[in-house]
Ligand binder design. Structure first.
Ligand SMILES: Nc1ncnc2c1ncn2[C@@H]1O[C@H](COP(=O)(O)OP(=O)(O)O)[C@@H](O)[C@H]1O
Ligand SMILES: [Mg+2]
Length: 365
């Protein structure tokens, strides 16, 4: 097992910069997820760690040792890609054994390692099959098995579940968490899927345009996003954003005016100035149809369409003066809410976030 530490890592292709100076420490044994939209540089960074791309600037340490110019095979890493890249003419056993045989391990050692990995991944009955006789999920297990037998210091995964259908992805997600619990090896996992990131990562790095937006636990990123990008990237439906103007500030409470003129109080925020233009952020699941006793922090909205999801409904509403929609997550039977009707929605003051004109979250004080 090993820590991985990046200091001011830069990458450019010819003259085009794609990674702009990444500082990041991944602890020994940690499950770290890199998430971000397509093209933000996740794979490039992972491939630099693996040694498959040159590093244009900065330092990479693996297990505390400078690794910038260490050959990929000497880095003691194992990488699993989206495409399984199994050898079609070899059996599952031979695919998993290949790297160890090549490295000159004794036959008995190779057998023990392959059988152990097959047990962990529950593919022992498949060892004699060829890849074409396996389902997509089974092939991906073999690809992971091939990585496990090498007993790497660090596992690198680049969107390994993207080719699988939805239910299999959920199952493999659970298995990867279990695998990490069992092996306790450092894992770096790249995905563009925020649900995968939230469910797998002990910590998550959110990337955007070759830069880090925020690093933290799933809980930290979801509940205290550092900026509008992170706030909008994690969570379905997307966090509601409403432009607002600060009208009053107190010790622990800021009052803002929404586009329709309604005044909303936000608790636990400091650093706002009266007259400042801000964005109020609030998640759909924190909004609810106001009961008659709610007088403060209530907005009057028109009900657009209602999405029935079985276990819940998402009600899309409009607020006077706001071009976009405000999503409200309700219990399955949002009985009182009908398209074309009006309703009052309560915004809990402790659940509202404020972002300044640069998109940075105002501090919670
Ligand atoms: N070999 C390459 N040559 C030039 N540009 C590249 C190359 N590989 C990736 N890029 C560019 O680098 C950026 C990051 O790509 P990538 O790391 O693959 O993103 P992600 O994995 O987050 O989708 C993209 O703009 C991509 O076009
Ligand atoms: Mg990629």
């Amino acid at each position: 097992m090993a820590s991985v530490s990046l200091h001011n890592i830069v990458k450019h292709y010819d003259k085009t910069p794609v990674i702009h100076g990444i500082d990041l420490d991944i602890a020994d044994g940690e499950f770290m997820v890199f998430v971000g939209p397509s093209g933000c540089g996740k794979s490039t960074l992972l491939r630099m760690i693996a040694g498959l791309e040159t590093i244009s600037g900065g330092t990479l340490r693996i297990g505390g040792v400078l690794a910038n110019d260490v050959a990929p095979a000497q880095r003691k890493l194992a990488m699993v890609f989206q495409s399984y890249a199994l050898y079609p003419h070899m059996t599952v056993y031979e695919n998993m054994a290949f790297a160890l045989k090549l490295a000159g391990h004794k036959a008995a050692e190779v057998r023990a390692a392959v059988e152990r990995a097959a047990d962990i991944l529950q593919i022992a009955p498949l060892l004699r099959r060829k890849p074409k006789e396996l389902s997509g999920g089974q092939r991906q297990r073999v690809a992971i098995g091939r990585a496990i037998v090498r007993k790497p210091e660090v596992f690198l995964f680049d969107e390994p579940l993207s080719n699988l259908d939805a239910s299999l992805r959920v199952q493999m997600r659970v298995e990867l968490s279990r695998l990490h619990g069992e092996l306790k090896t450092t894992m770096i996992y790249v995905t563009h899927d925020q649900v995968e990131a939230m469910t797998l990562g002990q910590r998550i790095v959110v990337f955007n345009g070759g830069r880090i937006e925020q690093v933290g636990t799933p809980h930290q990123l979801y509940n205290a996003p550092a900026n509008l990008f992170v706030a909008g990237f994690l969570g379905t439906p997307k966090m509601n954003f409403i432009p607002a103007e600060v009208v009053a500030t107190g010790a622990a409470r800021v009052s803002v005016r929404l586009p329709d003129g309604a005044i909303v109080h936000v608790d636990g925020v400091t650093g706002a100035a009266p007259g400042e233009q801000v964005t109020l952020g609030v998640r759909a699941e924190h909004l609810f149809v106001a009961a008659p006793q709610h007088e403060e922090n209530v907005i009057q909205v028109a009900v657009g369409h209602v999405e029935y999801l079985g276990d819940q409904s998402i009600v899309y509403t409009t607020l006077a003066g706001l071009p976009g929609m405000i999503a409200v997550k309700q219990g399955a039977e949002a009985a009182s809410l009908h398209t074309g009707g009006q309703t009052r929605v309560h915004l809990p003051p402790s659940r509202c976030l404020l972002f300044n004109a640069e998109g940075h979250a105002l501090q919670h004080g």
